[in-house]
Design a protein around this ligand. Sequence first.
Ligand code: NAD
Length: 272
Amino acid sequence: MTTFQGKNVLITGCATGIGRLMAQKAAARGAKVIMWDINMAGLEELSDQLERWGHRAAAYQQCDLSDREEIQDTARRVLAEQGPVDILINNAGIVSGKPLLELSDEAIERTFDINTLALFWTTRCFLPGMVQKGAGHIVTIASAGGLIGVPKMTDYSASKFAAVGFDESLRVELHRLGHRHIRTTVVCPYFISTGMFKGVKTRFPFLLPIMEPDEVASKIVGAVEKNQARLIMPPFVLALYPTRLLPTGLFDKVVTFFGINHTMDEFKGRGG
Ligand code: NAD
């Protein structure tokens, strides 16, 4: 079991969405929550809310996860002021939602900076403290888009496939190096109604529902508490795994039949 009580829990991208809900749930479990986001107004509002509810954020800091030096500077401040981080939840993420040739070079780079490279920078800042303590937990919020690629998601899917690979490699590396009490959890959700993927459609909602943010946040916190290494939701996403063994033409037909290749047809996202 990983307990939240009394632990330093750092969550990236928690001004809105599931990050915000995970911060609330961690604080309610007695964690000292350190909140990072680019959106300072959102962090201030969340901090006030936690205080009204009788919890207190240990710290909240504006940090642009696309900027390696800013991550490293902000991490140094956390380590100096709060001490080592026990549970790191890499949650911040962005999506462009455009076909490859309509993406700007900058948008592609930004997606990889935030969704992929930031995982390296935050983890490299806080893992040494976990190694020294002999315990810790690193959570990677990836996506079902990190298991299956669909139209209008070349940058997003590639960045999340990389996130899944980052987690898997790190998990076995930590084990191999003897750090058995430093756990990892990778999370691959299908769509969640936070607004990030506004406009997406699902063909068979009973198999592949657009999930409620609170339910997703609760499941992630529960998975961390149980030291669950992998959380894929809803379960039907896991059932699609074996279809990878099919020839690609057939695999594409199966995925299209379930509507997955059309989910992004009317995507608007936070901009729409
Ligand atoms: P959201 O847009 O509500 O929250 C993302 C947060 O990240 C925001 O608070 C935003 O300000 C922050 N952020 C964005 N760019 C940042 C930057 N440069 N520096 C610091 N913070 C930054 O989205 P969400 O739906 O809560 O998504 C959270 C995570 O879950 C993301 O990694 C996302 O890819 C993943 N996910 C979401 C869905 C979905 O359907 N919403 C599905 C699968 C996976």
